[in-house]
Design a protein around this ligand. Sequence first.
Ligand SMILES: Cc1ncc(COP(=O)(O)O)c(C=O)c1O
Length: 407
Amino acid sequence: MPQDWTSLFAQNMVGYEGYNIGKLFKHLSNPDIISLAAGLPSPDTFPTGQMQSVTNRLLQEDVDSIMQYVLIGGEPGLRQAVIELLRTEDIDIGEENLLITTSAQQGLDVVSRMLCNSGEVIILERPTFAGAICAFEMQKPIYAGAPMQEDGADIGRMRDILESYAKINVKPKFIYVVPDFQNPSGITMSLEKRQALLDLSYEYGVLIVEDSPYRWLRFSGQNIPSIYSLDQERGGNHVVGIYTFSKFFCPGMRVGFNIGPAPLIEMMTNIKEGSTLCTPKYNQDMCTAFLTEMGWQEHLDRARVYYREKADIFLKAMERHFPPQTGVSWTKPEGGMFAWAMAPKEIDTMELFHKAIERGVAFVPGEAFYAENPERNTMRISFSFPPKNQLDEAVGRLADCLKEMLD
Ligand SMILES: Cc1ncc(COP(=O)(O)O)c(C=O)c1O
């Protein structure tokens, strides 16, 4: 065999590094570090007691079927519960429009494998979800980014991108957006922009991939319809929706669902078959129980109050520790788990990250969230996981490090 194992790699895998921020997380095993890094739901929100009793019942009554292979497209009970959940969102789908996935990361993988050849164009937000870049990157696409603004991605810029590709007869494969409390920026796309994005999709015949794991975690402001439901109002089929139980139930289940036009769902089901075959039945049954017998709406009411409190403490800490003379600005999310901070241009947040680790606080340097041309003075700060009484201390430590770099 060759000494140089990389010579065996398929062309698309050469240089592939997986989740670029994953490597930074090795620092987080140190218990002295307060982590504002990972987008972890707090275990305080898990319905542990109910999960234990459902687990006992499943193991007593149903162990033989739980331990079996199951249908690729998902368990019938879960599929029905998801269809009903989506009705509460004014989304009306049939069986043929739904694939249960082994969570949204798989949802992203099957979408890009289905649609994208190497060298084809994906339009996305700047910054965008690092895990999506990780999934898409396996197809070696070309990225065209539109900057995030206060009310969501710059749709005018997306139009320019489509226009200039149209001039050379190139049609981008899809537009990827995270419209609700975006990971990483915490920004929510306005209704006007959702409609404008749909206009673009109709005009240029380009599919929208709407990834919305945080949708059910709004803790302030008015709910805005999903792009999927707005498209249904127009009678269209221009959107694939990617959803997950990870953020509103728990990520350990690894269960999610993709929705969309039937032929796309059929192809994604085939791709899932070649990849993970099926999603574990126990995990699916737990998600079914979450939707049918654990009182998911009350659970979410509690989770929203919980995250609102954390967001308030966090935002107050930001104001206290980053006065205007530091030149730092940040977003004010209405839901989800993240805020996005911009430091003065001369600050490289990767350098800041290493200083911060020494000082006992972690965040994610913004460069991880750009598919091209990273803005290195940015950072994602997550307020969902650390205990409430550590948030102020964590932000204070971060501010000290930044002030040292500015001096
Ligand atoms: C925008 C976005 N999409 C997808 C995912 C993947 O979630 P899952 O745990 O369901 O794989 C995440 C997780 O952080 C996310 O933030």
